[in-house]
Design a protein around this ligand. Structure first.
Ligand code: PLP
Length: 426
C-alpha cells in the first residue's frame, strides 16, 4: 500500500495497516545491520582531495613585498590573501584580516574581548552587566548556542524565515531591551535551514535602533561561497548597510576556508569597521605576533585569485549536489503527501532541515540510531538543545558517499513515517 494522503485523515483501520507496514519496513531496516552517519557537516575525503596540492605549496617563502613569510609579523595576515577574500566577501581590503584555521575561534575571541573589555561604544565590559542576552534565530548553529551558554550569555529565540530572521521579532527585542547585546546569524545558506538573508532583512537589521549602544551582529558567513546550484547568490553587504545607517560597528563578519580547502588547515577571516578592527587587533596583539603566513601564501599560490576560489567551489558543488538531491529524493519517495514532514531543498551550504510531526523528532533519532543510522540529536539546532516542538532534525549529507546517503535517507524516511504513525495511533 502506498499512502499519499495526510496520515491524520486515515481511518483507524488504514492507520493500523500503515503502522504495521512501517514496523515491518523498520524491522527489515534493522536487520541490515547498517553503520551510517549523517551527523556533522564535514567535507568528504574527495572534497579534501581537491586541495591536495596545498600540501606541496608554497613554492617560495617570500610574499609579494619580498618579506619572509616564515618569520614573525604581519598581524593582519598576508595582504595578497586579504585581497582575494575581500573581493569574495564584497568588503574593503582594509576591513578584512586573515588568521588561523578556525573562524569559530575568532568568534570566541570576539565574545571574550567584549566580555573582558567591552568594545567600541560599550559603556562597560559585558562581564560587568547584570545580564547579557543574544538574539538567536532558530533553528540555528549548535556551536553558536553552546558557546553562548558556556559564557553564561542568555539566549532569546526568534524565528528564522526563508529570507532571514524575523525582523519584527528582532526589533521588539533590540529596540527595547538594553541587555540585548548581540545577534548571531548565518546570513547565506544558513545552518541548518539554508535560508539566505535578503537585502531588505539585512538592511533592517543593520539600521534598527538598539537600546544597547554596543549591540553587535555576528555575521557568520561560513557558507558564502558554498553554492549548490549555478545561481551563485551574493550575500547582502552588511558592512556598507550598517555604515550607511550610522551603525558602522554593529556587524562583524566571519568566514573561513574550512569547507573550501582543509577544515583542519585552512584560513579564517574577519571583516569589520575601522574601529572594530583597531580594537580587535589591539587585543590580538597581546596573544600573537602574527598568524601562519606560510599557510596564507600557500592558499594564495593555490587559488591565484578570487575566480580561482569560485572555480574551486564549483568542483565541490559537483561532488556534493548529488548527495543533497538524494536526500530530497528519499524523503519525497517515502513521505510526500503524508503531511507528517517538511524539509528544505537548499541551494547552498551543508545541511537539510527536516521538520517532522510535532513531538516525534526524538523518537525518529532514537529509531534511526537503533537501526545503525546516526543523526544529530533532536533539538541541537536550538539553544540548550531544547526544541519546544520536538520536531527539528538537522541532516548533514556531505561526508558519507552518495550510496550511503541514499541508504541512510531511505532508512530515515522509514523512521519518520513509523514515528508519525506511532504518534497518531496514540
Ligand atoms: N560557522 C558555521 C555556521 C558552521 O556551520 C561552522 C561549521 O560547521 C563553523 C562556523 C565552523 O567554522 P570554522 O571551521 O572556521 O571554525
Amino acid at each position: 500500500m502506498t499512502t499519499r494522503v495526510p496520515l491524520s485523515t486515515l481511518s483507524p483501520e488504514d492507520l493500523a495497516a500503515f503502522l504495521a507496514e512501517k514496523q515491518a519496513a523498520y524491522t527489515a531496516l534493522q536487520e541490515r545491520g547498517l553503520t551510517l552517519d549523517l551527523t556533522r557537516g564535514k567535507p568528504a575525503p574527495e572534497q579534501l582531495d581537491l586541495a591536495e596540492d596545498l600540501l606541496r605549496l608554497p613554492t617560495t617563502h617570500l610574499d609579494r613585498s619580498g618579506a619572509d613569510v616564515r618569520n614573525y609579523g604581519g598581524l593582519e595576515g598576508l595582504l595578497e590573501l586579504r585581497e582575494i577574500f575581500a573581493e569574495l566577501l564584497g568588503v574593503e581590503v582594509a576591513q578584512l584580516i586573515c588568521q588561523g584555521n578556525s573562524s569559530l575561534t575568532l568568534m570566541h575571541q570576539t565574545v571574550t574581548n567584549l566580555l573582558l573589555w567591552g568594545g567600541p561604544g560599550s559603556p562597560r565590559p559585558w562581564k560587568d552587566e547584570d545580564v547579557v542576552r543574544f538574539v538567536c534565530p532558530v533553528p540555528g548553529y549548535d556551536r553558536h548556542f553552546s558557546m553562548l551558554a558556556d559564557f553564561g550569555i542568555e539566549m532569546v529565540t526568534v524565528p528564522m524565515h526563508h529570507d532571514g530572521p524575523d525582523v519584527e521579532a528582532v526589533r521588539a527585542l533590540v529596540e527595547n531591551d538594553p541587555t540585548v547585546k548581540g545577534l548571531w546569524i548565518v546570513p547565506t545558506y544558513a545552518n541548518p535551514s539554508g535560508a539566505v538573508c535578503s537585502q531588505e532583512v539585512a538592511a533592517a537589521l543593520m539600521a534598527m535602533p538598539s537600546a544597547a549602544p554596543d549591540f553587535r551582529i555576528f555575521w557568520d558567513n561560513a557558507y558564502a561561497l558554498h553554492h549548490l546550484t549555478e545561481e551563485e547568490v551574493k550575500s547582502a553587504d552588511a558592512l556598507s548597510l550598517a555604515a550607511a545607517s550610522g551603525n558602522p560597528d554593529r556587524p562583524i563578519l566571519f568566514a573561513s576556508t574550512s569547507k573550501i580547502t582543509f577544515a583542519g588547515a585552512g584560513v579564517a577571516v574577519m571583516a569589520m569597521s575601522e574601529a572594530n578592527k583597531a580594537w580587535f587587533l589591539q587585543h590580538l596583539g597581546m596573544a600573537s605576533i602574527g598568524p601562519d603566513k606560510v599557510n596564507h601564501l600557500r592558499h594564495v599560490e593555490f587559488f591565484g585569485d578570487a575566480e580561482g576560489v569560485r572555480a574551486h567551489m564549483r568542483k565541490h558543488r559537483d561532488i556534493i549536489a548529488p548527495k543533497f538531491a538524494a536526500v530530497d529524493d528519499a524523503l519525497t519517495a517515502e513521505l510526500e503527501g503524508l503531511d507528517i514532514a517538511e524539509w528544505t531543498r537548499p541551494t547552498g551550504g551543508y545541511f537539510v532541515n527536516l521538520d517532522v510531526l510535532d513531538g516525534t523528532a526524538s523518537r525518529v533519532v532514537e529509531l534511526a540510531k537503533a537501526a545503525g543510522i546516526a543523526l544529530t540529536p533532536a533539538g541541537s539546532s536550538f539553544p540548550l538543545g531544547q526544541d519546544p516542538r520536538d520536531r527539528n532534525i538537522r541532516l548533514a549529507p556531505t561526508f558519507p558517499t552518495l550510496g550511503e546517503v541514499e541508504t541512510a535517507m531511505a532508512g530515515v524516511a522509514t523512521c519518520v513515517a513509523l514515528a508519525a504513525a506511532e504518534k497518531l495511533s496514540g
